[in-house]
Design a protein around this ligand. Sequence first.
Ligand code: BG6
Length: 293
Amino acid sequence: TKDWNGIDQVVLRNPHGASAQVSLHGAQVTSWRNEQGEELLFTSSKAIFKPPKAIRGGIPICFPQFGNCASLEQHGFAKNKIWTIDENPPPFPPNDYHGKSFVDLLLKSTEEELKCWPYSFEFRLRVSLGADGDLTLISRVRNINGKPFSFSFAYHTYLLVSDISEVRIEGLETLDYLDNLCQKERFTEQEDAVTFESEVDRVYLRCPNVIAVLDHERKRTYMIRKEGLPDVVVWNPWEKKSKSMVDFGDEEYKQMLCVNGAAMEKPITLKPGEEWTGRLELSAVPSSFCIEH
Ligand code: BG6
């Protein structure tokens, strides 16, 4: 299928009616629906589907940087590029398949990318939808350059929630975080869960590999499982910041929450020929199925 700007999208379906949509624009997952057909990811009604602008919502791939420290644009260029489909993807590891429907998208450094980031790389993103409706994203970045390079990375995951004031994140308690709202000052989380009553923009450091986002009102829990991604970015723009973003509705902050598996505090360094893998697995389950804390 095509997206609103005529760019190809791939639709993955499982036998029970769950689906996911991936745009070649940024290799961005733009929709993920459960067996009941309910959307699980947030996309802004004001999103602009036109490269080089990244789509506001879904799961933008932030590479080769997350944030805006270098001369590169905020969150890197991968999300703004048109990726290609690999028609002959390498097979799944035998124990990892379980009837998944999947697509492999590729981004290779062209002259245009080399102008702003002078390192040759190959990026393969595999998006797969499991028989249970779980969504898995596996990124493989390979250095095909003569010298080492470093990068930071995030799966900028916009979860759809029913009311942000009723949402809590579990799994980040007692961790240190950098607060982007206080010049990246370092704090330690004191609460037993992260809850929301104003703007939040934090990088939690060295997090466990399983994080839970509980949407109390909808009685749904998002389980986020990650590998190779030590940090977790938590972001909600709240009222004032929402109004300053052209591609985001004034009230939409109430229905979204970004919880991003990331490698940020310590950049990843790859020597020539080396490869890095970062894996994110999302599942959405009725809250009653989760273990009570
Ligand atoms: C978040 C960052 O993850 O992304 C925020 O922590 C930033 O600081 C937000 O405002 C959105 O970024 P952008 O570039 O998509 O507007």
